[in-house]
Ligand binder design. Structure first.
Ligand SMILES: [Zn+2]
Length: 293
């Protein structure tokens, strides 16, 4: 048998290349794997996430079998490795992969908790400014099935930071891989959800709309909302809509899971004037630079 080594995975120890400390602090703190606060809502309990994890493993194994039949041995091996990694994730040793629903949820919770603290602090020092929740959907960032391997979230985040016409203000946010249906078929759309502060939400929206223009009439490349509370934070850090993908898109999910697996959780985040740090099993954002006017 060709894939004997799949029974003995060589990846029992997760290795991170960026924000190593932050990733390790989160996956070694079981708190983030429980149902303790912050809650991600009733659809995202630990039990439901465990069920989704079983589905993901099953989907990957089926994709591996399919790839073997199609004589794409490298791809089959990649799917076997990933399914093994996710299947062996547990309280004794977390896999740390963003493709693992359990670990993805832990990262999501840890990020939301740290952002909540950072946003609350920053809002106190910005009298007269409003917190806004901004969504930016640049049309260039579309990937069809078969092209997902081209997705480079880190690079996309650098592009966004240069493209944002918002000066030097503080920003906290995350890239999001949306599965969209368009006239030319289905595709992944990289877009961003960002929290920032402004004295004038309307003019901020106009500035963003000039930079990220519509290509078709019905599109909404920019949305600026004034949130009632910080309940948007889990949503901002979701990365993908897994329940929806499991219901509607099992075909392309394996390819997307490979992208998630090589994307490091902390690299999804966009921040400006804040530095990410980690200690005692949690994340923190520390302000850097002078205060903006
Ligand atoms: Zn895991």
């Amino acid at each position: 048998m060709l894939y004997d080594e799949k029974r003995h995975p060589a990846h029992t120890n997760p290795r991170f290349s960026s924000h190593v400390r932050a990733h390790e602090e989160i996956i070694s703190n079981e708190f983030w794997y429980t149902d303790k606060t912050p809650s991600l809502g009733p659809g995202f309990t630990a039990a439901k996430t465990q069920e989704r994890t079983s589905s993901v493993v099953e989907i990957l194994l089926r994709a591996a079998t399919r790839a073997e039949k199609n004589d794409t041995a490298d791809l089959a091996e990649a799917y076997y490795q990933l399914s093994d990694k996710i299947e062996s994730c547990g309280p004794g040793g977390r896999c740390g992969s963003l493709a693992c629903p359990l670990c993805a949820r832990a990262y999501q919770k840890a990020k939301a908790a740290a952002q909540q603290t950072a946003i609350t602090e920053a809002t106190k020092t910005r009298p007269g400014k409003r917190l806004v929740f901004v969504t930016v959907v640049p049309k260039a960032m579309m990937y069809s099935p078969g092209e997902f391997h081209e997705i480079e979230v880190k690079k996309a985040n650098r592009w966004l930071k240069d493209a944002l016409p918002v000066g030097r203000r503080m920003i906290l946010g995350s890239a999001d891989l949306g599965w969209e249906t368009g006239r030319s078929g289905k595709y992944i759309q990289i877009h961003w959800h960002l929290a920032m502060w402004t004295g004038n939400p309307y003019s901020l929206e106009q500035k963003l709309k000039l930079r990220f223009r519509k290509t078709k009439k019905y599109e909404r490349p920019v949305e600026v909302k004034i949130p009632d509370d910080l309940g948007f934070l889990p949503y901002m850090n979701k990365a993908i809509k897994l329940p929806h993908l499991l219901r509607t898109n099992r075909t392309h999910l394996p390819e997307l899971l490979l992208v998630l697996d090589r994307t490091e959780a902390m690299d999804l985040m966009v921040s400006r004037r804040l530095r990410l740090s980690a200690q005692s099993g949690q994340l923190a954002f520390k302000p850097i630079g002078r205060r903006e006017g």
